[in-house]
Design a protein around this ligand. Structure first.
Ligand SMILES: Nc1nc2c(ncn2[C@@H]2O[C@H](COP(=O)(O)OP(=O)(O)OP(=O)(O)O)[C@@H](O)[C@H]2O)c(=O)[nH]1
Ligand SMILES: [Mg+2]
Length: 393
């Protein structure tokens, strides 16, 4: 996928619909004296709803959508007719989309599954018509409820791709090459750092038609948490992974140190990442001579004890160790304790330099709670004079 099309962050101004006003009306018909109140209720305003869709992989379809507004509820009418409900707006998002408040950066919700619906902003309830307010002592209530106001919010949608295995490594470690040999994905591969600019996903097929999903994310360097390289922006894509596969090339001078740096960058981003199952794989083993290879095998055993995690050797070019690597990943994925991939989402920083301030919807609206008020402007009471409605007993 060209990097311009991988959109994993969008900011949208959303507004639900206002509730329709209830109607103040007194029934009038020939030969029906004192027909009584018959004002209908207003309709509900439309909700803003998020819905998970497994066929979407990015937020590209929302890139140019800066405002999403549901429609308002209709006003109630005479003869107790209800106002029409406002139309809900459904925003389809890929599974794994996290919603934040666009102004404070606070976490709001997460859409995890296909078809899952979250009502992000509720439409205002419609007001009650004056029919509801008839009592024995007030048979001609001349008021109806206004509709509830709408809700509005700037939201940030962030995608955290849902993969089983996430690849973590310095640039040029061979992450994309590994993904390209174990899956059908065709990521860009080159011998310069930061070839991969956006995450790539691939489905790795395993025995008996089973498979798991692997995510290749851009390389991490020391100081990434301070914004070096591509920073930690893409680390969120491994937050939901069950297993993290660290890649360190065989040519590295100090494998343990390189692994340590990667781990500490992850910790700075989100300490919860360290609770995930980890594997260390030493890539590009084809470049080693037989002697070096034997030496590394022994070193790997020591490392495994020292770091308390499985250490494997492989080469994407010669294919050496690939099936052992898949076996090890599959084993980790199927462990009970690795099934739970829940993680709490820390609030995000909201960039200050923002585009135009959102159009304020509530400007013309009364603030505060709903109260009963007299709806007079649209109902000219004088025309009912003399036909019996007003007569107080
Ligand atoms: N000899 C050898 N070279 C490899 C192997 N795997 C990858 N390479 C080479 O290493 C270089 C970097 O590979 P990539 O897969 O692009 O590395 P990456 O980790 O995705 O790098 P970034 O996307 O920049 O983070 C390429 O020139 C590959 O051909 C391997 O197993 N053996
Ligand atoms: Mg790459």
């Amino acid at each position: 996928m060209p990097s311009g099309n991988f959109i994993d962050y969008v900011k949208i101004y959303c507004r639900s619909g206002k509730g329709g006003a209830g109607c103040m009306h007194l029934h009038r018909a020939k030969y029906v004296p004192k027909g009584g109140p018959d004002g209908g209720d207003g309709g509900r305003g439309g909700h803003i709803i998020l819905q998970g869709n497994r066929n979407l992989w990015t937020l590209l379809h929302l890139k140019y959508q800066k405002h999403i507004m549901a429609t308002d509820g209709g006003r109630g009418g005479e003869s107790r007719s209800f106002g029409k409900d406002g139309e809900d707006k459904i925003i389809e998002v890929p599974c794994g989309t996290v919603v934040y408040d666009g102004d404070t950066g606070a976490y709001l919700a997460e859409v995890k599954e296909h078809g899952e619906r979250i009502i992000l902003l509720r439409g205002g309830r419609g007001g009650l018509g004056n029919w509801h307010f008839r009592t024995a002592t007030n048979q001609t209530p001349r008021y109806a409820q206004p509709g509830e106001p709408c809700e509005e919010k700037n939201i940030i949608l962030q995608l955290k791709v849902l993969a089983d295995v996430g690849l973590v490594g310095f640039p040029n470690a061979g992450k994309s090459t590994l993904l390209s040999v174990v899956s059908a994905a065709k990521p860009e591969i080159a011998d310069y750092p930061f070839t991969t600019l956006v995450p790539n996903l691939g489905i790795v097929s395993y025995h008996d038609g089973q498979s798991f999903c692997m995510a290749d994310i851009p390389g991490i360097i020391e100081g990434a948490s301070e914004g070096k390289g591509l920073g930690l922006r893409f680390l969120r894509h491994i937050e939901r992974n069950a297993v993290l596969l660290f890649l360190v090339p065989a040519t590295s001078e100090d494998i343990a140190k390189e692994y340590g740096i990667l781990l500490s960058e992850l910790e700075k981003y989100n300490p919860q990442l360290l609770t995930k199952a980890r594997l260390l794989a030493i890539s590009k083993c084809d470049v080693l001579t037989e002697e070096e290879s034997d030496k590394l095998q022994k070193e790997a055993k020591l490392l495994s004890k020292q770091l308390e995690l499985p250490v494997l050797l492989f080469s994407s070019i010669s294919g050496m160790g690939l099936s052992d690597l898949k076996d090890a990943l599959w084993e980790e994925l199927n462990k009970e304790q690795n099934q739970v991939i829940e993680i709490s989402h820390a609030p995000i920083d909201v960039p200050k330099t923002d585009d135009e301030p959102p159009v304020s919807a509530a400007e013309d609206e009364e603030e505060g709670t709903i109260y009963l008020n007299e709806v007079e402007e649209e109902w000219d009471l004088s025309k009912y004079k003399g036909i019996g409605w007003d007569d107080q007993d």
